[in-house]
Design a protein around this ligand. Structure first.
Ligand code: SME
Length: 163
């Protein structure tokens, strides 16, 4: 089966999940379980959310699937995670060993994607995915992960999340 078909299937499953879950927390917990089950290159999948009211702002590890990470709290001036949250831009790293910003979670990680989650137009957190394979995140993967982040933002909005 071509990869494109499978990615579109996963996209549909994520869409169904967003309808089937009643809270943003439930959606995020189930998403981090579903994505690595369906996308075998996604070896660590998790959310970092901005802690409300903390100065300086801090990203705090939320729902995740994969190896335990020492990076449970990341300031905005550190890591790929901090760079994505502070710029509001998706960041795709094909070879983490070549990016001096990279904070290592697992020695096996070769590539990473981080996509901000927006709530009412402001960054509320991000979806972070690591792969044991170099250059794992193609344009189609980027679309899928962006879609997941958009649905998460919508779910947080409907559950009344303040930013
Ligand atoms: N690699 C991230 C840190 C998070 S762990 O990989 C799960 C970063 O550079 O910000």
């Amino acid at each position: 089966m071509p990869v494109t078909t499978r990615i579109s299937e996963v996209r549909n499953e994520i869409s169904e999940l967003s309808h089937a879950t009643t809270s943003a927390d439930d959606f995020m917990r189930k998403m981090v379980k579903l994505l690595p089950e369906r996308m075998l290159k996604y070896n660590w999948v998790g959310f970092y959310m901005l802690e409300p009211g903390t100065q300086p702002p801090m990203l705090v590890l939320g729902a995740f699937t994969g190896a335990a990470t020492p990076h449970t709290r990341i300031p905005l001036n550190q890591g790929i995670c901090g760079a994505a949250a502070s710029s509001g831009q998706m960041i795709v790293i094909d070879d983490v060993s070549r990016d001096p910003r990279y904070l290592a979670c697992s020695l096996e990680t070769k590539s990473e994607i981080v996509v901000p989650v927006f709530v009412h137009g402001k960054v509320a957190g991000e979806l972070d995915i690591d792969s044991h394979f170099p250059s794992a995140f193609t344009a189609e993967d980027q679309d899928l992960v962006r879609y997941c982040a958009i649905l998460t933002g919508k779910k947080l909005e409907t559950s009344g999340q303040k930013v």
